[in-house]
Design a protein around this ligand. Structure first.
Ligand code: GAL
Length: 638
């Protein structure tokens, strides 16, 4: 009744329209749902010490488009971070009129008093309301538009759904002839178990040959899997892979560098977290391993199949560890060794997760005071990757300053090095104390640079991670979290959620992860990979840039609100560039060869379409739609 009455009222000419009476379904936000006259957590709206009876409770990053008829007078609102988060959270409110920034607040912190904003709307046809994170990440960014109203002499403002784009598959279908997609360099420690699946696209059966294979490693010629023991003699071994099928033959070499450094290129794989959360099971893990092979992800280079949190016993369980202190699993994981063996049989690698604290983030048993036996157990089970997540360690940490953050990782880093297995260490502590400055020195191969990536909003994470160029190098990578694409949040028979980024945005996501030399981990439902998502994940030229042997993260050439330009130097002298429009409107971006540091004549290739584009002009102007990008590989002409 009330809503019908409000809707009728809305069609009347003129009036003052509270934002919260409009159709809120068009709002996109980084966490939770928009709330009418409540904070995003459902409490009465309060900013600082001031309470409000009406308004809209939202969360960064928020975007809302409204159509006006040019007869609106003004938009007014109190804005700020809701008091429910205390002094945490920081946001920036923006109002765009007809595509131009009309108002931007300074960064508003949790606990601050509200700010009153008043934006004249005369002649405005398109109003865009935005809440950005305050430069950290979006955690605790509970943003209120309190007593927000649009005053108009014309028609009721109309809420506009975000533009829908056609999902165009840019990645060409793999050819039937073989294409080897192995990285050109690979690190392994002397005398440890060796396992490597040669990534190769093309019609199966493919028969594999390897020239220069060191003694102790054997080849399964039908599957293209190398197994055995890494040579004990340190040094570089040149392997030549040859793949032949009915349609042709391919060759590609790989330097096997036997020494102390692992992850000479960013690790690639799948992680269970955003797919299954606490519903993960042994069966899902096995299905993910099967799907990695059957979907073609393994042929493109994906290798790790990693279970995240929730495989072990949990707070409140009668027994957490056995009489020898060995960690026990929960009933969803009957046999971790058998699971790792299963993954290995595909030639893939297995990963798992724990915390240095007594409990993991989801309240399962952590490694605290059992670090040595846990590291040993993980190695005995056959795991090749450990994600070590700070979580409840906060409550038991004793030291101050940087040593406080370093201590648990030094300990686990050393323990992993002592195992007779190559085990990567993924430090997950959300970037605390500038982990990128010291993560490599404590044994981390990758370190998360931010909090969890908000589903459907990787932009703030990318904006931060892209500035950390100088800290990435072979064996040590900035980790901006997973590629959450396709279907995620499945498990327990649930149907899951489809990622809602538009297609252009998804291309930008993967483009940025490739250029940032980010660990390339998909975290979504492996059994429901549609062709569009597969195209995003398995483009061999996109992966080649990510996996490039030089191991450089792209440098930031430009980082503005409507234009990002990144340039990644590659081992053969090529330069991969990404030109990205992170904004909400079309953006005209001009760049020059000079600012990319290029001299002489260069040609460009469209990485996604795997197609040459011809000579690169001294000056290029592109008009990029909201959130879209181009990804080119530039090559010096002879
Ligand atoms: C978070 C971590 C996530 C996931 C989760 C598991 O701290 O950042 O990636 O691992 O814990 O509980």
């Amino acid at each position: 009744m009330l809503s019908t009455w409000l809707a009728c009222l809305g069609t009347l000419q003129g009036g003052v329209h509270p934002l919260s009476t409009l159709d809120l379904r068009a709002i996109t936000q980084g966490w939770g749902q928009p709330q009418v006259n409540k904070s995003v957590d459902g409490r009465p709206i309060k900013i600082g010490t001031k309470s409000f009876a009406t308004g809209l409770g939202s969360h960064a990053s928020m975007v809302w488009r409204l159509k006006l008829d040019g007869k609106a007078v003004r938009f007014t609102s109190w804005v700020g971070v809701d008091a429910e988060v205390g002094t945490r959270g920081s946001v920036v409110f923006q109002v765009f009129c007809n595509g131009k920034l009309a108002l931007e607040t300074r960064t508003l912190e949790g606990g601050e008093e509200p700010l009153f904003i008043d934006v004249p709307l005369k002649g405005v046809k398109e109003l865009l309301l935005v809440v950005k994170d305050g430069g950290d990440d979006i955690n605790y960014d509970h943003a209120d538009w309190a007593e927000a109203t649009i005053e108009t002499t014309g028609a009721t403002p109309v809420s506009v759904m975000p533009p829908v784009e056609k999902a165009e598959i840019l990645t060409p279908k793999p050819k039937p002839s073989p294409r080897l997609n192995n990285p050109t360099i690979y690190g392994a420690r002397p005398g440890n178990p060796f396992l490597f699946r040669i990534p190769c696209q093309g019609l199966r059966p493919i028969s594999f040959k390897v020239e220069g294979l060191p003694e102790g490693i054997t080849l399964d010629a039908n599957e293209g899997i190398l197994r055995g023991t890494t040579p004990t003699k340190r040094g570089t071994y040149s392997l030549n892979f040859i793949a032949t099928n009915a349609k042709g033959k391919a060759r590609k070499s790989m330097k096997l560098v036997v020494g102390d450094t692992l992850a000479l290129t960013p690790p690639m794989g799948w992680n269970s977290w955003n797919a299954h959360y606490d519903k993960v099971t042994d069966a899902y893990m096995r299905k993910a391993a099967d799907a990695m092979v059957s979907s073609g992800l393994a042929d493109a280079g994906f290798a790790y199949v990693n279970v995240d949190d929730c495989w072990m016993t949990k707070k409140g369980d009668a027994r957490l560890r056995d009489e020898n202190g060995r960690i026990l699993t929960n009933s969803r994981f009957p046999d971790m060794k058998a699971m790792a063996d299963y993954i290995h049989r595909h030639g893939l690698k297995a990963g798992l997760y724990t915390s240095p604290g007594p409990w993991t983030c989801a309240g399962y048993t952590g490694a605290w005071q059992h670090e040595a036996i846990d590291a040993q157990t993980f190695a005995e089970w056959g795991f090749d990757f450990l994600k070590y997540d700070w979580c409840s360690y906060e409550g038991v940490a004793t030291l101050e300053g940087r040593p406080r953050f370093e201590k648990p990782y030094i300990q686990m880093g050393d323990l992993l090095k002592k195992q007779k297995r190559d085990i990567l260490l993924n430090m997950c502590q959300y970037g605390m104390d500038k982990v990128w400055e010291w993560g490599g020195s404590v044994g981390g191969h990758t370190w998360r640079t931010t909090g969890d990536i908000p589903p459907n909003n990787f932009w703030p994470v990318a904006a931060h991670n892209m500035t950390l160029t100088e800290f990435a190098k072979p064996g040590q990578w900035n980790d901006p979290d997973y590629l959450v694409l396709g279907w995620y949040a499945v498990g327990d028979g649930g149907t899951g959620v489809r990622a809602t980024h538009g297609p252009s945005e998804q291309y930008s996501y993967v483009t940025l992860w490739s250029l940032m030399a980010a660990p390339f981990f998909y975290s979504g439902d492996m059994t429901r990979l549609d062709d569009f998502t597969k195209g995003l994940l398995t483009n061999p030229e996109v992966i080649e840039v990510n996996q490039d042997e030089l191991g450089k993260q792209a440098r930031v050439v430009r980082q503005l609100s409507d234009a990002w330009i990144l340039a990644k130097p590659l081992a053969n002298g090529d330069v991969a560039i990404g030109v990205v429009n992170p904004g909400e409107f079309d953006s005209k971006i001009t760049f020059t060869k000079a600012e990319l540091g290029l001299k002489g004549d260069w040609t460009s290739r469209d990485v996604w379409r795997m197609k040459d584009r011809g000579p690169l002009a001294d000056k290029t102007t592109l008009t990029l739609r909201r959130k879209s990008s181009v990804f080119w590989r530039l090559r010096k002409s002879n």
